[in-house]
Design a protein around this ligand. Sequence first.
Ligand SMILES: *Cc1c(COP(=O)(O)O)cnc(C)c1O
Length: 244
Amino acid sequence: MKEELLNNLHHIQERIEKACIKCNRNPNEVKLLLATKTVSAERIKIALEAGYTLIAENKIQELKEKYEDLKEIPHTNHFIGHLQTNKIKDILKYDVSCIQSVDRFDLAEKLQQRLTFEDKTIEVFIQVNTSFEDSKFGVHPDKAIELVRQVAQFDRIKIKGLMTIGLFSAEPERVRKCFRLLKDIQQQVVALNIPTVGMRELSMGMSGDMEIAIEEGATIIRVGTAIFGQRIYPDSYYWNENRN
Ligand SMILES: *Cc1c(COP(=O)(O)O)cnc(C)c1O
């Protein structure tokens, strides 16, 4: 089990390198984030000990369950799931350094309030729904820049980039369109020159489409299945608002 996991990690590393060579990028520009939903703390530990220390959960409940087991091993926690405002307190409790899924004003507003109260700051990405699917979270692309401007006013929240989930499609060019759109929004934000807004990070690409995302400029890819194997829950369990 351990060996298979390490092999998978190694294989992802190779895929990153290959994709980078193809588009003339330096593989060091692409960080590998492990999407650890449904994965046991025991298995996550194997990856952490092998030096893969950037991990992310989709649900507070799982973050909480694994927290004690993982806390002695140095790592960085991002959050990539749909965040309900009543869970903000919890997310700050479990050392999440970056919320990649900020997609609406009221969430940012409540986050700012809580951060002020606790005298903390946090990094965030703005999640954009580049596939225009109802089942996916994220701000509508037409509203993304407005949201960036609004969130930028909150001094406790540091915007570092954008995140998206690409369209699930067997047609690479349709998937690519999503990633291009994210890059395009990134460049529009950069052109605005908002002093407090960082736009270096583009979190896009998963097990099935990481090569395309890397070609389109991803700086963080989020990989679950290709490392840890198939999950027992369908992804709609994590992504569809009605089920949360
Ligand atoms: C599960 C998940 C991933 C990883 O997906 P895989 O296809 O398993 O690699 C990436 N991003 C988000 C937001 C996820 O929920």
